[in-house]
Design a protein around this ligand. Structure first.
Ligand SMILES: [Zn+2]
Length: 317
């Protein structure tokens, strides 16, 4: 299989869309989750593997070439909240296998992307609870997760929805330590989450986050979640001006609107696609696109059409 990074030299790669909102479409009950722990989405890899495989397959059929494992909350600290911390390797290996199975069912070549979300702690903050954690515990949480993802056969590690740049740094360090232990090297993507003013949760701006993380030797820097594509524009502009490493863009389907306590995402597949078309044409450093909260296979299908159309018209120039 061609390597992920060399593929980026040739074309723009398409990731998948949201997992959480797709799981909700199965109307999960408490009894669907491991030990009846409502909302323990990553446990569905064991209890409802057919759902997760189907979600992966739907995205592959819509045209995603890169599929994320259902492991957003499968770092050791997050799993400990559910009493499953000592099964970190198993959770990540099982999730990787489900992507493999969906890929083999589709008979398409798929890059398996190991998703690593936040631990729930905010090590940079002085919050008495969330900031009260030893830094090596955080590094270790990702060290175990990365090992499971690499052993399972992921092609890329994706540290995503980063809200605290110190936590992201520890995640990168834990990932490198896992690679060293397993004597295997795979690319790392770091995705930070910015608010509509271009700042992370604790006020770090995109420039500082990029400088810190790119100096650690990550391969790709990206933005995901929190806002829609429009609000990301100034940050993407700055990131692409650096011309150093490829940039990934995975917005939500617009800024979430609160409706009776539920987040709603109103941007249509056409609207997202039009905006991302603008980005890939304007910024040559944008090499990967995909969707975050509120995006579905319908959005991915539209992005697929947009990229295919773009390739055709480029080929005819
Ligand atoms: Zn999101």
């Amino acid at each position: 299989m061609t390597s992920f990074l060399s593929e980026l030299n040739n074309r723009i790669l398409l990731f998948d869309g949201a997992m959480g909102t797709e799981i909700q479409k199965f109307s999960p009950k408490e009894s669907d989750y491991l030990n009846n722990k409502d909302g323990f989405n990553d446990s569905l890899n064991f209890t409802r593997p057919e759902w997760i495989r189907k979600i992966h397959l739907n995205y592959i059929e819509a045209g995603s070439e890169c599929i994320e494992t259902n492991t957003f909350g499968s770092n050791k600290l997050k799993l400990e909240e559910f009493g499953e911390g000592d099964k970190t390797l198993e959770f990540n290996i099982q999730a990787t296998n489900l992507v493999k199975e969906a890929a083999s069912e589709s008979k398409k070549k798929i890059f398996i992307i190991g998703s690593m979300g936040p631990t729930g702690f905010l090590p940079s903050s002085n919050d008495p609870d969330l900031g009260n954690i030893a830094l090596d515990k955080i590094e270790e949480a990702y060290y175990w997760q990365a090992q499971g993802l690499i052993e399972g056969g992921c092609h890329v590690l994706l540290i995503e929805t980063g809200q605290d740049v110190l936590e992201m740094k520890l995640a990168v360090e834990g990932s490198f330590r896992a690679m060293k232990k397993l004597d295997k090297s795979i690319p790392i993507i770091s995705n930070v989450t910015l608010d509509q003013y271009g700042k992370m949760l604790l006020g770090t701006n995109v420039q500082s986050a990029y400088t810190t993380l790119s100096n650690l030797g990550i391969d790709i820097f990206g933005l995901n979640c929190s806002t829609g594509p429009v609000e990301m524009t100034p940050s993407i502009h700055w990131l692409c001006e650096q011309k150093e490493i490829p940039i990934l863009v995975m917005p939500n389907a617009g800024m979430p609107i609160n409706e009776n306590g539920m987040a709603k995402y109103l941007m249509s597949a056409n609207e997202i696609s039009a905006k991302l078309y603008e980005f890939v044409n304007k910024y040559e450093m944008v090499k990967i696109i995909g969707g975050c909260c509120g995006t579905s296979p319908e959005h991915i299908l539209q992005l697929r059409h947009m990229l295919d159309h773009r390739n055709q018209t480029k080929g005819n120039e």
